[in-house]
Design a protein around this ligand. Sequence first.
Ligand code: AMP
Ligand code: P6P
Length: 344
Amino acid sequence: MSPDSLPNMKIAASTVVGTTLREHVLMGMHAAPNATGEFTSLINHLSLAIRVFNSKVRAAGLAKLLGYTGETNVQGEEVQKLDAFANDVLLNVLQRSGHCGVIGSEELDEAVFHDHPGKYVVLFDPLDGSSNIDCNIDIGTIFAVLRRADPGDAGSLADALRPGREIVCAGYVVYGPATVFVLSTGHGVHGFTLDPNVGEFFLSMPDIRVPDHGKMYSCNEGNHARWSPAVQRWNAWIKSEDKAEGRPYTHRYVGSLVADAHRTLLKGGIFAYPADSKSMTGKLRLLYEANPISYLLEQAGGAATDGTSRILDMKPTSLHQRVPLVIGSKAEVATFASFVRGER
Ligand code: AMP
Ligand code: P6P
Protein backbone atom coordinates (compact mmCIF):
# COMPACT_ATOMS: atom_id res chain seq x y z
CA MET A 1 0.00 0.00 0.00
CA SER A 2 1.54 3.32 -1.08
CA PRO A 3 2.04 5.91 1.74
CA ASP A 4 -0.28 8.44 0.06
CA SER A 5 -3.19 6.00 0.39
CA LEU A 6 -2.73 5.82 4.17
CA PRO A 7 -4.58 9.10 5.00
CA ASN A 8 -7.73 7.75 3.31
CA MET A 9 -7.39 4.50 5.24
CA LYS A 10 -7.01 6.56 8.41
CA ILE A 11 -10.26 8.45 7.67
CA ALA A 12 -12.02 5.24 6.69
CA ALA A 13 -10.84 3.54 9.88
CA SER A 14 -12.16 6.36 12.05
CA THR A 15 -15.68 5.93 10.58
CA VAL A 16 -15.85 2.13 10.66
CA VAL A 17 -16.66 1.99 14.40
CA GLY A 18 -18.14 4.97 16.24
CA THR A 19 -17.08 6.26 19.63
CA THR A 20 -18.65 4.24 22.42
CA LEU A 21 -19.97 5.70 25.67
CA ARG A 22 -17.21 3.77 27.44
CA GLU A 23 -14.50 5.43 25.29
CA HIS A 24 -16.10 8.87 25.67
CA VAL A 25 -16.15 8.57 29.46
CA LEU A 26 -12.58 7.22 29.50
CA MET A 27 -11.41 10.32 27.59
CA GLY A 28 -13.14 12.42 30.26
CA MET A 29 -11.26 10.56 32.95
CA HIS A 30 -7.90 11.23 31.32
CA ALA A 31 -8.81 14.92 31.15
CA ALA A 32 -9.84 15.06 34.84
CA PRO A 33 -7.06 16.01 37.23
CA ASN A 34 -6.16 13.26 39.76
CA ALA A 35 -9.18 11.12 38.83
CA THR A 36 -9.06 7.72 40.58
CA GLY A 37 -11.46 6.11 38.06
CA GLU A 38 -14.35 5.73 40.53
CA PHE A 39 -16.50 8.27 38.68
CA THR A 40 -15.81 6.49 35.38
CA SER A 41 -16.66 3.16 36.93
CA LEU A 42 -19.89 4.60 38.34
CA ILE A 43 -21.03 5.76 34.88
CA ASN A 44 -20.15 2.40 33.40
CA HIS A 45 -22.26 0.72 36.10
CA LEU A 46 -25.15 3.07 35.29
CA SER A 47 -24.78 2.12 31.62
CA LEU A 48 -24.87 -1.59 32.53
CA ALA A 49 -28.08 -1.17 34.58
CA ILE A 50 -29.70 0.79 31.75
CA ARG A 51 -28.77 -1.86 29.15
CA VAL A 52 -30.11 -4.65 31.33
CA PHE A 53 -33.32 -2.73 31.89
CA ASN A 54 -33.56 -1.81 28.22
CA SER A 55 -33.60 -5.49 27.26
CA LYS A 56 -36.63 -5.97 29.51
CA VAL A 57 -38.39 -2.83 28.22
CA ARG A 58 -38.04 -4.09 24.67
CA ALA A 59 -39.50 -7.47 25.59
CA ALA A 60 -41.83 -6.31 28.38
CA GLY A 61 -44.92 -7.57 26.62
CA LEU A 62 -43.39 -11.01 26.15
CA ALA A 63 -41.79 -11.06 29.59
CA LYS A 64 -45.18 -10.28 31.12
CA LEU A 65 -43.65 -7.31 32.98
CA LEU A 66 -46.57 -5.13 32.03
CA GLY A 67 -49.47 -4.67 34.37
CA TYR A 68 -49.64 -3.51 37.96
CA THR A 69 -48.04 -4.99 41.07
CA GLY A 70 -50.99 -3.66 43.01
CA GLU A 71 -48.68 -1.65 45.29
CA THR A 72 -48.48 2.15 45.33
CA ASN A 73 -45.28 4.22 45.68
CA VAL A 74 -44.63 7.31 47.84
CA GLN A 75 -46.26 9.38 45.12
CA GLY A 76 -49.51 7.47 45.61
CA GLU A 77 -49.11 6.11 42.06
CA GLU A 78 -49.82 2.50 41.06
CA VAL A 79 -46.43 0.76 40.78
CA GLN A 80 -46.20 -1.14 37.53
CA LYS A 81 -43.99 -4.22 37.31
CA LEU A 82 -41.55 -2.48 34.96
CA ASP A 83 -41.15 0.31 37.56
CA ALA A 84 -40.27 -2.20 40.21
CA PHE A 85 -37.84 -4.04 37.93
CA ALA A 86 -36.08 -0.81 36.88
CA ASN A 87 -35.66 0.20 40.49
CA ASP A 88 -34.30 -3.21 41.51
CA VAL A 89 -31.77 -3.30 38.64
CA LEU A 90 -30.44 0.20 39.34
CA LEU A 91 -30.29 -0.43 43.09
CA ASN A 92 -28.51 -3.75 42.70
CA VAL A 93 -25.91 -2.58 40.16
CA LEU A 94 -25.20 0.72 41.92
CA GLN A 95 -24.83 -0.90 45.34
CA ARG A 96 -22.37 -3.49 44.09
CA SER A 97 -20.38 -0.76 42.25
CA GLY A 98 -19.08 0.33 45.66
CA HIS A 99 -19.19 3.99 44.62
CA CYS A 100 -22.59 4.99 46.10
CA GLY A 101 -22.77 6.04 49.74
CA VAL A 102 -26.35 7.29 49.29
CA ILE A 103 -29.06 6.27 46.81
CA GLY A 104 -32.44 7.95 46.40
CA SER A 105 -35.20 6.60 44.15
CA GLU A 106 -38.71 7.71 43.26
CA GLU A 107 -39.77 4.16 44.09
CA LEU A 108 -38.32 4.13 47.62
CA ASP A 109 -39.92 6.02 50.52
CA GLU A 110 -36.50 6.57 52.17
CA ALA A 111 -32.95 7.03 50.85
CA VAL A 112 -30.66 3.98 51.03
CA PHE A 113 -27.39 4.46 52.94
CA HIS A 114 -24.70 1.99 52.09
CA ASP A 115 -22.76 0.50 55.00
CA HIS A 116 -19.38 1.13 53.36
CA PRO A 117 -18.40 4.75 52.55
CA GLY A 118 -19.19 5.37 48.85
CA LYS A 119 -17.91 8.60 47.27
CA TYR A 120 -21.10 9.50 45.39
CA VAL A 121 -24.83 10.11 45.79
CA VAL A 122 -27.06 8.82 42.99
CA LEU A 123 -30.68 10.01 42.75
CA PHE A 124 -32.92 8.49 40.10
CA ASP A 125 -36.37 8.09 38.69
CA PRO A 126 -35.97 4.51 37.47
CA LEU A 127 -38.93 4.61 35.11
CA ASP A 128 -40.40 7.98 34.23
CA GLY A 129 -43.72 8.10 32.39
CA SER A 130 -44.81 4.68 33.60
CA SER A 131 -48.47 5.51 32.92
CA ASN A 132 -47.50 5.31 29.23
CA ILE A 133 -45.99 1.81 29.42
CA ASP A 134 -49.09 -0.10 28.36
CA CYS A 135 -49.62 2.28 25.41
CA ASN A 136 -46.07 1.69 24.12
CA ILE A 137 -45.31 5.41 24.39
CA ASP A 138 -41.76 6.68 25.17
CA ILE A 139 -40.69 6.16 28.80
CA GLY A 140 -37.37 6.90 30.43
CA THR A 141 -34.85 6.81 33.24
CA ILE A 142 -33.46 10.00 34.82
CA PHE A 143 -30.51 10.33 37.23
CA ALA A 144 -28.29 12.84 38.98
CA VAL A 145 -24.88 12.24 40.62
CA LEU A 146 -23.36 14.37 43.40
CA ARG A 147 -20.07 13.94 45.29
CA ARG A 148 -20.35 13.41 49.04
CA ALA A 149 -18.54 15.99 51.16
CA ASP A 150 -16.75 13.32 53.21
CA PRO A 151 -16.90 9.75 51.85
CA GLY A 152 -15.41 8.54 55.11
CA ASP A 153 -18.56 9.41 57.01
CA ALA A 154 -21.69 7.26 57.02
CA GLY A 155 -24.22 8.39 54.39
CA SER A 156 -27.01 10.73 55.45
CA LEU A 157 -30.02 12.43 53.91
CA ALA A 158 -28.05 15.70 53.98
CA ASP A 159 -25.79 14.19 51.28
CA ALA A 160 -28.84 14.10 48.98
CA LEU A 161 -30.59 17.35 49.94
CA ARG A 162 -28.19 19.64 48.07
CA PRO A 163 -28.85 22.20 45.33
CA GLY A 164 -28.70 20.93 41.77
CA ARG A 165 -25.80 23.28 41.01
CA GLU A 166 -23.62 20.76 42.93
CA ILE A 167 -24.42 17.97 40.45
CA VAL A 168 -21.27 16.47 38.86
CA CYS A 169 -23.10 14.25 36.36
CA ALA A 170 -26.67 13.90 35.12
CA GLY A 171 -28.40 12.02 32.37
CA TYR A 172 -31.55 10.48 31.05
CA VAL A 173 -32.42 7.57 28.81
CA VAL A 174 -35.35 7.66 26.39
CA TYR A 175 -36.71 4.20 25.58
CA GLY A 176 -38.27 5.24 22.28
CA PRO A 177 -37.90 4.04 18.67
CA ALA A 178 -34.22 3.89 19.66
CA THR A 179 -32.75 3.79 23.16
CA VAL A 180 -30.93 7.10 23.55
CA PHE A 181 -28.71 8.00 26.51
CA VAL A 182 -28.12 11.76 27.03
CA LEU A 183 -25.31 12.56 29.45
CA SER A 184 -23.35 15.48 30.86
CA THR A 185 -20.39 15.37 33.22
CA GLY A 186 -20.04 19.15 33.23
CA HIS A 187 -18.43 19.46 29.82
CA GLY A 188 -21.43 19.89 27.52
CA VAL A 189 -24.21 17.43 26.67
CA HIS A 190 -23.70 14.36 24.49
CA GLY A 191 -26.19 11.82 23.12
CA PHE A 192 -25.50 8.11 22.64
CA THR A 193 -27.67 5.60 20.79
CA LEU A 194 -27.76 1.93 21.76
CA ASP A 195 -26.89 -0.63 19.09
CA PRO A 196 -28.89 -3.56 20.48
CA ASN A 197 -26.95 -6.03 18.34
CA VAL A 198 -23.66 -4.93 19.87
CA GLY A 199 -24.96 -3.98 23.32
CA GLU A 200 -23.01 -0.71 23.24
CA PHE A 201 -24.04 2.95 23.28
CA PHE A 202 -22.42 4.87 20.38
CA LEU A 203 -21.93 8.65 20.26
CA SER A 204 -24.71 9.91 17.96
CA MET A 205 -25.28 13.54 19.10
CA PRO A 206 -21.99 15.17 20.17
CA ASP A 207 -22.20 18.54 21.95
CA ILE A 208 -25.99 19.10 21.87
CA ARG A 209 -26.97 22.80 22.00
CA VAL A 210 -30.47 24.12 22.70
CA PRO A 211 -31.53 26.47 19.84
CA ASP A 212 -31.88 30.10 20.99
CA HIS A 213 -35.50 30.05 19.86
CA GLY A 214 -37.97 27.26 19.18
CA LYS A 215 -41.36 26.91 17.58
CA MET A 216 -42.94 24.46 20.03
CA TYR A 217 -44.52 24.76 23.43
CA SER A 218 -45.24 21.76 25.63
CA CYS A 219 -47.65 21.69 28.58
CA ASN A 220 -50.72 19.75 29.69
CA GLU A 221 -53.50 21.96 28.29
CA GLY A 222 -55.94 19.94 30.37
CA ASN A 223 -54.68 21.83 33.43
CA HIS A 224 -55.62 25.25 31.97
CA ALA A 225 -58.49 25.88 34.40
CA ARG A 226 -56.15 25.15 37.35
CA TRP A 227 -53.34 27.50 36.28
CA SER A 228 -52.77 30.95 37.74
CA PRO A 229 -54.11 33.91 35.68
CA ALA A 230 -50.50 34.79 34.72
CA VAL A 231 -49.85 31.31 33.29
CA GLN A 232 -53.21 31.42 31.51
CA ARG A 233 -52.13 34.75 29.93
CA TRP A 234 -48.86 33.18 28.78
CA ASN A 235 -50.80 30.22 27.35
CA ALA A 236 -53.19 32.52 25.45
CA TRP A 237 -50.23 34.56 24.13
CA ILE A 238 -48.27 31.56 22.82
CA LYS A 239 -51.37 30.25 21.01
CA SER A 240 -52.45 33.60 19.52
CA GLU A 241 -51.83 34.55 15.88
CA ASP A 242 -48.99 37.02 15.29
CA LYS A 243 -47.09 36.38 12.09
CA ALA A 244 -44.42 38.98 12.90
CA GLU A 245 -43.60 37.18 16.16
CA GLY A 246 -44.00 33.72 14.64
CA ARG A 247 -47.04 32.77 16.69
CA PRO A 248 -48.96 30.56 17.29
CA TYR A 249 -46.34 28.04 18.43
CA THR A 250 -46.95 24.37 17.70
CA HIS A 251 -48.16 22.31 20.66
CA ARG A 252 -46.45 19.01 21.46
CA TYR A 253 -47.04 17.03 24.69
CA VAL A 254 -46.22 13.34 25.31
CA GLY A 255 -46.79 13.17 29.05
CA SER A 256 -43.38 11.55 29.66
CA LEU A 257 -40.93 14.11 30.99
CA VAL A 258 -37.95 12.46 29.30
CA ALA A 259 -39.66 12.57 25.87
CA ASP A 260 -40.85 16.18 26.24
CA ALA A 261 -37.52 17.30 27.68
CA HIS A 262 -35.51 15.49 24.96
CA ARG A 263 -37.51 17.16 22.17
CA THR A 264 -37.11 20.55 23.89
CA LEU A 265 -33.36 20.00 24.31
CA LEU A 266 -32.92 19.21 20.61
CA LYS A 267 -35.45 21.58 19.02
CA GLY A 268 -35.74 24.42 21.52
CA GLY A 269 -39.00 26.07 22.51
CA ILE A 270 -40.46 25.57 25.98
CA PHE A 271 -41.79 22.83 28.26
CA ALA A 272 -43.79 23.97 31.28
CA TYR A 273 -45.30 22.04 34.14
CA PRO A 274 -46.37 24.99 36.35
CA ALA A 275 -47.91 24.77 39.80
CA ASP A 276 -51.70 24.65 39.66
CA SER A 277 -54.67 24.52 42.03
CA LYS A 278 -54.34 20.70 42.22
CA SER A 279 -50.52 20.45 42.36
CA MET A 280 -49.84 23.56 44.48
CA THR A 281 -46.05 23.06 44.46
CA GLY A 282 -45.92 21.53 40.98
CA LYS A 283 -46.00 17.85 40.04
CA LEU A 284 -42.43 16.99 39.05
CA ARG A 285 -39.87 15.92 41.65
CA LEU A 286 -36.95 18.24 42.32
CA LEU A 287 -34.14 15.80 43.16
CA TYR A 288 -34.46 13.15 40.45
CA GLU A 289 -36.48 14.83 37.70
CA ALA A 290 -36.23 18.63 37.68
CA ASN A 291 -32.59 18.91 38.85
CA PRO A 292 -31.01 16.44 36.37
CA ILE A 293 -33.11 17.74 33.47
CA SER A 294 -32.29 21.35 34.43
CA TYR A 295 -28.57 20.54 34.68
CA LEU A 296 -28.63 19.10 31.16
CA LEU A 297 -30.62 22.03 29.69
CA GLU A 298 -28.17 24.55 31.21
CA GLN A 299 -25.12 22.53 30.08
CA ALA A 300 -26.59 22.70 26.54
CA GLY A 301 -27.09 26.49 26.71
CA GLY A 302 -30.77 26.47 27.67
CA ALA A 303 -32.56 27.62 30.82
CA ALA A 304 -34.51 25.94 33.64
CA THR A 305 -36.63 27.69 36.28
CA ASP A 306 -39.63 27.14 38.54
CA GLY A 307 -41.26 29.91 36.51
CA THR A 308 -39.01 32.70 37.74
CA SER A 309 -36.08 31.28 39.80
CA ARG A 310 -33.25 28.97 38.68
CA ILE A 311 -34.05 25.34 39.56
CA LEU A 312 -30.39 24.47 40.26
CA ASP A 313 -30.21 27.09 43.04
CA MET A 314 -33.14 25.60 44.98
CA LYS A 315 -32.23 24.13 48.40
CA PRO A 316 -34.11 20.81 48.74
CA THR A 317 -35.96 20.14 52.00
CA SER A 318 -37.17 16.57 51.37
CA LEU A 319 -36.32 13.61 49.14
CA HIS A 320 -39.58 13.57 47.15
CA GLN A 321 -40.45 17.25 47.10
CA ARG A 322 -42.16 18.56 44.00
CA VAL A 323 -41.45 21.74 42.07
CA PRO A 324 -42.88 23.68 39.12
CA LEU A 325 -40.63 23.23 36.07
CA VAL A 326 -40.15 25.48 33.02
CA ILE A 327 -37.31 24.54 30.66
CA GLY A 328 -36.20 25.34 27.13
CA SER A 329 -34.59 28.06 25.03
CA LYS A 330 -33.37 30.94 27.19
CA ALA A 331 -35.57 33.44 25.35
CA GLU A 332 -38.74 31.35 25.75
CA VAL A 333 -38.14 30.68 29.45
CA ALA A 334 -37.48 34.40 29.99
CA THR A 335 -40.78 35.28 28.24
CA PHE A 336 -42.67 32.86 30.50
CA ALA A 337 -41.08 34.56 33.55
CA SER A 338 -42.14 38.00 32.28
CA PHE A 339 -45.77 36.85 32.35
CA VAL A 340 -45.41 35.36 35.85
CA ARG A 341 -43.85 38.63 37.10
CA GLY A 342 -46.83 40.52 35.69
CA GLU A 343 -44.74 42.41 33.12
CA ARG A 344 -47.01 41.22 30.24
P1 AMP B 1 -12.88 10.10 40.64
O1 AMP B 1 -11.59 10.29 41.38
O2 AMP B 1 -12.78 9.09 39.51
O3 AMP B 1 -14.03 9.82 41.57
O4 AMP B 1 -13.17 11.52 39.91
C1 AMP B 1 -13.09 12.70 40.67
C2 AMP B 1 -13.82 13.83 39.91
O5 AMP B 1 -13.15 14.04 38.65
C3 AMP B 1 -15.24 13.46 39.53
O6 AMP B 1 -16.17 13.81 40.57
C4 AMP B 1 -15.47 14.28 38.28
O7 AMP B 1 -15.87 15.61 38.61
C5 AMP B 1 -14.09 14.26 37.62
N1 AMP B 1 -14.02 13.10 36.70
C6 AMP B 1 -13.44 11.92 36.97
N2 AMP B 1 -13.59 11.07 35.92
C7 AMP B 1 -14.29 11.75 34.98
C8 AMP B 1 -14.79 11.42 33.68
N3 AMP B 1 -14.62 10.19 33.15
N4 AMP B 1 -15.48 12.36 32.99
C9 AMP B 1 -15.68 13.59 33.51
N5 AMP B 1 -15.25 13.97 34.74
C10 AMP B 1 -14.56 13.05 35.47
P1 P6P C 1 -49.61 14.85 33.54
C1 P6P C 1 -45.21 11.05 34.29
O1 P6P C 1 -46.14 10.48 35.20
C2 P6P C 1 -44.75 12.37 34.88
O2 P6P C 1 -44.21 12.19 36.15
C3 P6P C 1 -43.73 13.03 33.94
O3 P6P C 1 -42.99 12.08 33.23
C4 P6P C 1 -44.61 13.86 33.02
O4 P6P C 1 -43.94 15.01 32.54
C5 P6P C 1 -45.78 14.25 33.92
O5 P6P C 1 -45.85 13.26 34.96
C6 P6P C 1 -47.09 14.24 33.16
O6 P6P C 1 -48.10 14.66 34.06
O7 P6P C 1 -50.33 15.47 34.71
O8 P6P C 1 -49.56 15.77 32.35
O9 P6P C 1 -50.08 13.46 33.18
